[in-house]
Design a protein around this ligand. Structure first.
Ligand code: SF4
Length: 968
C-alpha cells in the first residue's frame, strides 16, 4: 500500500493558505456575562464584530494555533510519513484493551489532509472515514486544522479528489461550532454553495457572535441567510430531532445500595478521565454485591438486544466529576455522529439520584429518573413510559412502580441532546425570532416557576441568587433561573475535561468575571499525563482570561476563597467548591465549562434548610466538631439516616444555610461550608458579620497584588477582582435573610450541649458519633491536611507534637493547604517539630484526601482531617475516622482514639496560647507580601465595570497612590 509522506514545508503551506478562511466566532470575552432569569444565552449574540474584522484566524493571542505552534506542528509532521501505519498500530494497541482508538490530534489531522490531497490507491475510504468521524469538533486544535483545510478547499486554495467544495461544506456542517462557522457563513454568499451552507447552519447551535453575521446578510437580502434565520426562529434544529419515545425498553444493570462517583470514576484512575473509553474500564472496578466484572457483565446484558439502563438505590453521591457520567454513558449511551469517543442519551434510574449527578446526566443528554427500584433486578427487561410515569415488566406488563419526571423540560433536554444544547438552542431561537419580529416560540416546554408566596420573605441564598439574576428581592425555590457566575473554579483532575467541554462549546474567551485553575490534586505525585496537563492547561486558561495557579501552590479552595466577592454566586468543577462568602453551586465539568464560557448557569432554585447554632462553644470543642454536629443533630431529629436503603437526607439537593456563628473568620466559615458537600447539599451560605469579611478582603487584595508581582495571570482579571474588593470595602453592604423566610426544615444546635468531640465513623461522613462512643480504637495512620484545614490547625498540631518526646507510634502525614501556609509554618519552626517526631510532610495540596496520589496502608485505621471517608478513598480497605486536627494530633501521639478526658487535657494545653495558634494568614500584615504588592500599579481599566461614582472614587485613590509612589 502506498503512503505519501508529509513534510513540514507542505504543512506550513497548507496552514498558511488555509488560515485566512477561518475565524473565531467568539473572541476574547466573547460570551455574555449578563444574568437574567430566562433566555440568558440570547444576549451573548448581542456583542459582535463584523466577520471581516475577525478574520484571518488565529483571531487573537489566545488562539489555539499561534505562529509558534504552527511551526511546531509543522516540524512534528515531518515524522508523520507513516501516518496510517502508525494509526493502525495505535488502533491495534487500543483494540487489545478492548477500547476505541483516541481521536486524531492536530498533527495527525495535518498529515491526513496532505494524504487527502493525493490519496494512496486503496486508502481512500479509510482516510475519509478518519477525517469525517475521528476529529474532535469545536475549538480543538485538530478541529482548527480540519476546518482550515476544508476552508481552503471551499476557496479553491487546496484540492482533493475525494473532497470537492460541496463536500467540504457538508463536512464543515458536522463540526458543531467554532472554527467551522466562519467559512460556512462566508459560503452563504456563494451562489452554488449558499444553499448547502444554509442547510449546515440551520442545524448548528454554537454560532455565538456569528449570529449577527448571518442576520446582517439576511437583512441585506441574502436568501440563504434568510432561510437560516427562519429555521433558527422555527427551532428546526430541535424539531428535526426525534422526541423521547412513548415507551423505552431497557435491560436493567442493577447496582444495589449506594453508587458514589468514586465507584464510577475511581480517584486512582483520575489521570485517564479525559480518555473516556479508557477511563470507563475503571467503572465499578472494586467488586461489590452483584458486580464482579462490570464491562463483561454489561456486554453480556447487551446480548438481550435492548439498551442498558443504570439502576441503583442511590446513584451519583459524592463529587461533581463528570467522568462518572461519561463512564456510564460510554457503556449505556449512544454515539454522537462525527464526534469521536463521546456518547449521549441513555437512561439512569435511581431510588435517589444525587443532584449534581442528576444535572450532569441532564447536560449529557441522558434521561435521569427517580423511582422505586425495589422490583428491578440485574438483567430484568423493563418498559419505561416517561409520559405516563409508569415502569412495567417487559413481556408480562406487570406494573413495577409509578414515578414522575423531575420536570417535563427533561423531555426537551433529551430531544435536544442535553440540557446545555437546549439552553443554547432556545437562546438562538429566541434571538432569531426577535430579529424577525416574531413572538416567543411555543415549541419548547417552559420551566414552570412556582406562584409567589405572598408576604413570605427570602433566605440569604435566595437573595444572593436573586442579585445574581438582576432580580429585586430573591428567587423562590423551584424557580428556573440563570444566575451570573462571578467566580468559577476548576481543579486538575476535572480541568482537562472542562477544557474539552470548553473546546466543544467553541469558547475562546471567558465571560465569567474570574475563572481559576488549580493543580492541587496531581502536583505531588504526577503521572506523565498530569505533567502534560501541568504544561498545557495554564496557557489554555490564561489565554481565555482566566487565572492559573501552579503545581505546588496548594488546594483550589484555599486560593479561590481568597478571590471571592461577598454575596456573589459561582460554581466549580469540584464538589467542595463551597464559598464561605457568597454561594457556589458546584457542578460537573460540562456545566462548569458552560458557566465559564457564558457567565451564567441554569439553576432550578433549591429549597433551603436552616441550621441555627446557639449557646457558646465549650472548652476543647473545635469548629470541626460543629461541622460534625450538623449530621449528628440531623440524625437525632430524624432528618438523616446512615443506612443506604430508604436513606433519608434532608440536606440532599437543598441549600444548607447556617446562622449563629457570624463572628467566625472566613477561613473558619469555610470549614462549615466545605462540609456541605458531604451532606449532598446543593450549596451553602453562612451568615457572617461585615468585619471578618472586610479583614479577609483587605488581606486578599494584598495576596492578589502579590500574585501579579509574582507573574501570575491573567493580570487584567486579577486587577478587576482587586477593584471589586476595593469597591466592597469602600461601601460594605451584606445581604441578610428576611425574618419570615421559609425553610424546608430548621435544625437548632445548642453548643452548650456539645461537650466532647464529634467524629464521623468509618466509612461514612454521615455516621457522626461522640468520641466516647469510639474511644480506644487503635490508630495506625493520621492525616492532617486538605481544604478543611488552615494554618491554625497546623500550629495547634505542632504545639501538641512539640510536647511529645520521641517518634510517634503512628504514621503522621502533614500537608498544609497552600505554599504560603507552608512558608509561614516553616518560618515559625513548625516544620522542624513535624520532622522531629517522624511526621511525613507532603507538598501543599490535596495529598491523601482524594486518594489519587499517596495512599494509606491497606486495611489501616486512620484519623483524618480530610473531607470524606468513603470506602477505599484514602486507602484500600482502610477504616477512616474524620476528626479535628487537634483530635487527630492527640490520636497520632497515643496511637489510639483518646478518652474525652484525655483529649480535653491535651486541648487545655492549647488554650493558653489560643490567640497565637489560631492566627490566620493576613497578608496585609506580612511584610514580604506587602512589599511585593506595593510594586503593582493598577490600570484604570480594572475599574471599568464599576458604577460611575464608585469608579471615580477608587480611581482617585489609585491615582493618589500612584503619585505618592512616584514622589517617593
Ligand atoms: S483537599 Fe480533598 S476535598 Fe479538598 S479539594 Fe482536595 S481532594 Fe477535594
Amino acid at each position: 500500500m502506498m503512503r505519501k509522506a508529509v513534510n513540514g514545508r507542505a504543512l506550513r503551506r497548507l496552514l498558511e493558505r488555509a488560515a485566512p478562511a477561518t475565524s473565531s466566532t467568539a473572541g476574547s470575552r466573547g460570551f455574555a456575562s449578563t444574568a437574567r432569569t430566562t433566555g440568558a444565552i440570547a444576549a451573548p449574540l448581542a456583542r459582535r464584530a463584523p466577520l471581516a474584522s475577525r478574520a484571518p484566524a488565529p483571531p487573537r493571542a489566545g488562539s489555539l494555533l499561534p505562529a509558534a505552534s504552527l511551526a511546531s506542528i509543522a516540524r512534528s509532521a515531518r515524522s508523520a510519513s507513516t501516518f496510517l501505519a502508525e494509526y493502525d498500530a495505535h488502533v491495534a494497541e487500543r483494540a487489545a484493551q478492548n477500547i476505541a482508538p483516541k481521536p486524531l490530534d492536530a498533527k495527525q489531522v495535518a498529515a491526513l489532509c496532505e494524504q487527502l490531497e493525493s490519496p494512496p490507491a486503496g486508502d481512500e475510504a479509510v482516510l475519509m472515514d478518519l477525517f469525517e468521524n475521528r476529529v474532535p469538533p469545536g475549538v480543538d486544535e485538530a478541529a482548527y486544522v480540519k476546518a482550515s483545510w476544508l476552508a481552503a478547499i471551499v476557496e479553491g486554495k487546496a484540492r482533493s479528489p475525494l473532497v470537492d467544495a460541496a463536500k467540504a461544506v457538508r463536512i464543515l456542517g458536522t463540526m458543531q461550532g467554532g472554527y467551522n462557522i466562519a467559512p460556512l457563513v462566508q459560503a452563504l454568499d456563494d451562489p452554488a454553495l449558499g444553499p448547502l451552507a444554509a442547510d449546515q447552519l440551520t442545524g448548528t447551535l454554537l454560532v455565538f457572535d456569528a449570529f449577527h453575521d448571518v442576520e446582517a446578510k439576511a437583512k441585506a437580502g441574502n436568501e440563504h441567510a434568510t432561510r437560516v434565520m427562519r429555521s433558527w426562529a422555527d427551532a428546526e434544529w430541535f424539531t428535526r430531532r426525534p422526541p423521547v419515545p412513548e415507551k423505552i425498553t431497557v435491560t436493567v444493570f442493577k447496582v444495589t445500595g449506594e453508587t458514589n462517583t468514586d465507584d464510577l470514576s475511581p480517584a486512582p484512575d483520575a489521570w485517564s478521565r479525559p480518555d473516556i473509553p479508557l477511563h470507563a474500564l475503571a467503572m465499578l472496578k472494586n467488586p461489590r454485591d452483584g458486580i464482579h466484572d462490570a464491562p463483561a457483565q454489561i456486554e453480556e446484558l447487551k446480548t438481550k438486544g435492548f439498551p442498558l439502563a443504570y439502576v441503583g438505590d442511590v446513584v451519583g453521591t459524592g463529587s461533581s466529576r463528570k467522568s462518572a457520567t461519561n463512564s456510564v454513558l460510554w457503556f449505556m449511551g449512544d454515539d454522537i455522529p462525527n464526534v469521536p469517543n463521546k456518547r449521549t442519551g441513555g437512561v439512569c434510574v435511581g431510588g435517589k439520584i444525587a443532584p449534581i449527578f442528576f444535572n450532569t446526566m441532564e447536560d449529557s443528554g441522558a434521561l435521569p429518573l427517580e423511582m422505586d427500584v425495589t422490583n428491578m433486578n440485574m438483567g430484568d427487561v423493563v418498559e419505561i413510559y416517561p409520559y405516563q410515569g409508569v415502569a412495567k415488566r417487559h413481556g408480562s406488563g406487570e406494573e413495577l412502580c409509578r414515578f414522575s419526571l423531575k420536570t417535563d423540560v427533561l423531555l426537551d433536554e433529551v430531544q435536544a441532546g442535553g440540557r446545555i444544547n437546549l439552553i443554547i438552542g432556545r437562546g438562538l431561537t429566541s434571538r432569531a425570532r426577535e430579529s424577525l419580529g416574531l413572538p416567543a416560540s411555543d415549541v419548547f416546554r417552559l420551566p414552570s416557576n412556582p406562584p409567589g408566596s405572598g408576604s413570605k420573605g427570602f433566605t440569604l441564598a435566595q437573595k444572593m441568587v436573586g442579585k445574581a439574576c438582576g432580580v429585586d428581592g430573591g428567587i423562590l425555590p423551584g424557580t428556573y433561573c440563570e444566575p451570573k457566575m462571578t467566580t468559577v473554579g476548576s481543579q486538575d483532575t476535572t480541568g482537562p475535561m472542562t477544557r474539552d467541554e470548553l473546546k466543544d462549546l467553541a469558547c475562546l474567551g471567558f465571560s465569567s468575571d474570574l475563572v481559576m485553575q488549580s493543580f492541587c490534586h496531581t502536583a505531588a505525585y504526577p503521572k506523565p499525563v498530569d505533567v502534560v496537563t501541568h504544561h498545557t492547561l495554564p496557557d489554555f486558561i490564561r489565554n481565555r482570561g482566566g487565572v492559573s495557579l501552579r503545581p505546588g501552590d496548594g488546594v483550589i479552595h484555599s486560593w479561590l476563597n481568597r478571590m471571592l466577592l461577598p454575596d456573589t454566586v459561582g460554581t466549580g468543577g469540584d464538589s467542595h467548591t463551597r464559598f464561605p462568602i457568597g454561594i457556589s453551586f458546584p457542578a460537573g465539568s460540562g456545566l462548569v465549562a458552560f458557566g465559564a464560557a457564558t457567565g451564567v448557569i441554569p439553576l432550578d432554585m433549591p429549597e433551603s434548610v436552616l441550621v441555627r447554632f446557639k449557646g457558646t462553644m465549650q472548652p476543647g470543642i473545635t469548629l470541626r466538631d460543629l461541622v460534625h454536629a450538623i449530621p449528628y443533630y440531623a440524625i437525632k431529629e430524624g432528618h438523616l439516616t446512615v443506612a443506604k436503603q430508604g436513606k433519608k437526607n434532608i440536606f440532599s439537593g437543598r441549600i444548607l444555610e447556617i446562622e449563629g456563628l457570624s463572628h467566625l473568620k472566613c477561613e473558619q466559615a469555610f470549614e462549615l461550608s466545605d462540609a456541605s458537600a458531604e451532606r449532598s447539599a446543593a450549596g451553602c451560605t453562612i451568615k457572617l458579620d461585615k468585619e471578618p469579611i472586610a479583614e479577609y478582603l483587605r488581606s486578599n487584595i494584598i495576596m492578589l497584588k502579590w500574585m501579579i508581582d509574582q507573574g501570575y495571570g491573567d493580570r487584567r482579571t486579577l486587577e478587576r477582582r482587586i477593584a471589586g474588593m476595593e469597591a466592597w470595602l469602600a461601601d460594605p453592604k451584606l445581604l441578610e435573610a428576611d425574618p419570615d423566610a421559609e425553610y424546608a426544615a430548621v435544625i437548632e444546635i445548642d453548643m452548650d450541649q456539645i461537650k466532647e468531640p464529634i467524629l464521623c465513623a468509618p466509612n461514612d461522613p454521615d455516621d457522626a458519633r461522640l468520641l466516647s462512643e469510639v474511644t480506644g480504637d487503635k490508630v495506625d495512620e493520621v492525616f492532617i491536611g486538605s481544604c478543611m484545614t488552615n494554618i491554625g490547625h497546623f500550629r495547634a498540631a505542632g504545639k501538641l507534637l512539640k510536647e511529645f518526646d520521641g517518634q510517634l507510634p503512628t504514621r503522621l502525614w502533614v500537608a498544609p493547604p497552600t505554599k504560603m501556609d507552608e512558608a509561614q509554618l516553616t518560618a515559625e519552626g513548625y516544620y522542624s517539630v513535624y520532622g522531629s517526631v517522624g511526621a511525613r510532610t507532603e507538598m501543599p495540596g490535596c495529598s491523601l484526601c482524594m486518594g489519587n496520589q499517596a495512599r494509606v496502608a491497606e486495611k489501616s485505621t486512620v484519623v483524618s482531617t480530610s473531607t470524606r471517608n468513603f470506602p477505599n478513598r484514602l486507602g484500600k480497605g482502610a477504616n477512616v475516622y474524620l476528626a479535628s486536627a487537634e483530635l487527630a494530633a492527640v490520636s497520632a501521639i497515643l496511637g489510639r482514639l483518646p478518652t474525652p478526658a484525655e483529649y480535653l487535657e491535651y486541648a487545655g494545653k492549647l488554650d493558653a496560647t489560643a490567640s497565637d495558634t489560631y492566627r490566620y494568614l493576613n497578608f496585609d500584615e506580612l511584610p514580604q507580601y506587602v512589599e511585593s504588592a506595593d510594586k503593582v500599579t493598577m490600570e484604570d481599566e480594572a475599574y471599568a465595570g464599576l458604577g460611575p461614582a464608585m469608579r471615580e472614587q477608587l480611581l482617585k485613590v489609585a491615582r493618589e497612590k500612584k503619585a505618592a509612589k512616584a514622589a517617593a
